[in-house]
Ligand binder design. Sequence first.
Ligand code: MG
Ligand code: MG
Length: 258
Amino acid sequence: MLYIKTDEEVGLLRKSNMLVSKTLAEVASFIRPGITTLYLDGIAESYIRDNGGIPAFKGYGGFPATLCTSVNEEIVHGIPSGYVLREGDIISVDCGVILGGWYGDSAYTFPVGEISDDVKRLLRITKESLEEGAREAVAGNRVGDISHAVQKRAESGGYSVVRELVGHGLGRKLHEPPEVPNYGKRGTGIKLEKGMVICIEPMINMGKKDTIQLRDGWTVRTLDGKPSAHFEYAVAVDKGKADILTTFEFIEEVLNKM
Ligand code: MG
Ligand code: MG
């Protein structure tokens, strides 16, 4: 069942996704060497609750925290812990909220202090792959047009695309149909209609595409131990132009001041 949202419902999803965007910016202002990932989790939970939201990941399938924090070779679903961030790390912070019954979901991969030029390039190209994919979220296109755009940008940069995890529809549930893979062929998959709201979330590896799940039952990391980056937008499909419900503007204001 594919859910088509009314303009009013898209407006409510814009609010829940705005809360996620601002939560990630709040988290960004605390990211530095010496901070634990569990500390960041507490910052996010307080910010969400202070703004009338509920952390969406906490308890989802038994997940224990507000954020997924995935460091370096960890791709997604890392559990916040006593791990102390170090200069040169990267950390993917994935955040979900429920606001007024509607879900928000976004992720950003942050540098911790100074990072190498190689890893900077991985972050830049992963974010570009998201932006190029999001641009295809236009009524009349197909899911494969998004997938292809993401894959093309990532692979032309010399990187590989994770296959096991994909984007998804978003609404009154965190994960709705359709699935939105980060690889695929142009002109394939379901047709996009105005009012569909989807999360596009490329997970791009510096090395090979293969992954492994840790024994904690959650964390997914690269098999070859090389770094991976992850960025996520919630996007409403619209006529003529994608309506991106997430903004990285607040995050980047914080990062530019650091
Ligand atoms: Mg998601
Ligand atoms: Mg997410």
